[in-house]
Design a protein around this ligand. Structure first.
Ligand code: ASP
Length: 354
């Protein structure tokens, strides 16, 4: 099972698994799809860059049968960081490499350096930079969070949107792409892909790969490459992964929490709901703040039972529902079970586009 953006890559991976392929290799086949796709703006090539305009990728993987793990963080110029995380697992005595060291290791392993910024993601970054950049300041978990509402209260919001349209024109964003570009600026796209795989003989593995939060501060590492947060697999129990606000997931070590919950007898659904409730607890169940937190967990138990759970039913102003992609002989997208009804909003807060 995997995030919805892996849907179209499940058939090949499932056939590979049924043919006796390794569970981690199958999961890596799935996540390489979005990594290679320039139109997936949350992973690999074409992923949204950081605030300096550089694409920085994070990934990790866990191989159940050998109980080994690999991880990379803040990697530039290398597209398939899931494979790079696997190379760290296979070819080093370490678990995690970051930044330049990880890039140099990649080149030594035969990975090609390439420009990961597409023309589209570069122009959207320029639009964000000129009209909206504001990652600095208190986070949603800070006692000072309300200070970030200044822009949401801005009575000149419409003027600001008009300016974004005008700047988008000057930057060279085609008229038909301007709405989407402004949406990417105002509601930074979330994405990421996690995939957990289970072989018929019970062997399991998982991996997660991402370009992280759009427009992040350079060097920011989210939950995705952190073993236990963005991904965790225990061959005796099951596998889990996450997409959404990495900072909040790190604070509850989501994937590990879920696997441990299953170890102690919880169903995949209850195990995921418990992790979500830990996030809720960190905010004293304050929905006014929780509306800015987006989280989805992908959970697969060793016996094949699974669940996709989310804090909210969807994200953004388009009512985009959260879904998980599953293939167990038949391929399908399923809505997640949401703890709260409604959709989450991007942080820092802004007014709706319409
Ligand atoms: N979890 C990712 C991160 O925080 C982002 C995402 O899933 O959208 O980097």
């Amino acid at each position: 099972m995997c995030a919805a953006n892996g849907y179209k890559y499940l058939v090949d991976a499932y056939a590979f698994l049924c043919g006796g392929g390794d569970a981690l290799d199958a999961a890596l086949k799935v996540v390489q799809g979005p990594e290679n796709d320039p139109n997936d703006e949350s992973v690999g090539l074409g992923g949204h860059p950081n605030e300096a305009g550089a694409v920085e990728l994070d990934a990790c993987c866990m191989h159940g049968p050998t109980r080994t793990a690999g991880s990379v963080g803040s990697v530039r110029n290398i597209k398939n960081v899931s494979l790079l995380a696997n190379a760290v697992r296979l070819h080093t005595g370490h678990v995690m490499l970051v930044g330049e060291g990880a890039e140099e290791f990649a080149v030594a392993q035969g990975f090609q350096r390439e420009n990961l910024l597409t023309d589209k993601s570069r122009k959207e970054w320029l639009l964000w930079k000129e009209t909206h950049s504001d990652w600095w300041g208190p986070s949603v978990s800070s006692p000072e969070w309300r200070t970030r509402f200044r822009s949401a209260r801005d009575e000149e919001w419409q003027e600001r949107l008009d300016r974004m349209h005008q700047v988008a024109g000057t930057i060279g964003i085609a008229a038909e792409l301007r709405e989407d570009a402004i949406r990417a600026v105002v509601f930074p796209p979330t994405g990421t892909i996690h995939c957990s795989a289970l072989k018929q003989n019970g062997e399991m593995s998982g991996c997660t790969t991402t370009s992280g939060l759009a427009w992040k501060i350079p060097g920011r590492v989210g939950d995705s490459p952190l073993i236990g947060a963005g991904c965790y697999t225990d061959q005796d129990v099951g596998s889990a992964g996450a997409t959404g606000n990495g900072e909040e997931n790190i604070r509850v070590v989501g994937a590990h929490t879920i696997v441990e919950n299953m170890r102690h007898g919880m169903s995949p659904l209850d195990a995921g709901m418990d992790a979500l409730k830990r996030i809720v607890r960190n905010f004293d169940a304050d929905k006014e703040r929780l509306q800015f937190v987006d989280m989805v967990y992908y959970i697969l138990r060793k016996d094949g039972a699974y669940a996709g759970v989310s804090l909210w039913e969807g994200y953004g102003d388009e009512n985009r529902p959260h879904q998980v992609a599953v293939h167990d002989g038949s391929k399908r997208l399923e809505k997640t079970v949401a703890l709260y009804q409604g959709v989450s909003q991007s942080w820092p807060p802004v007014k709706r586009l319409k």
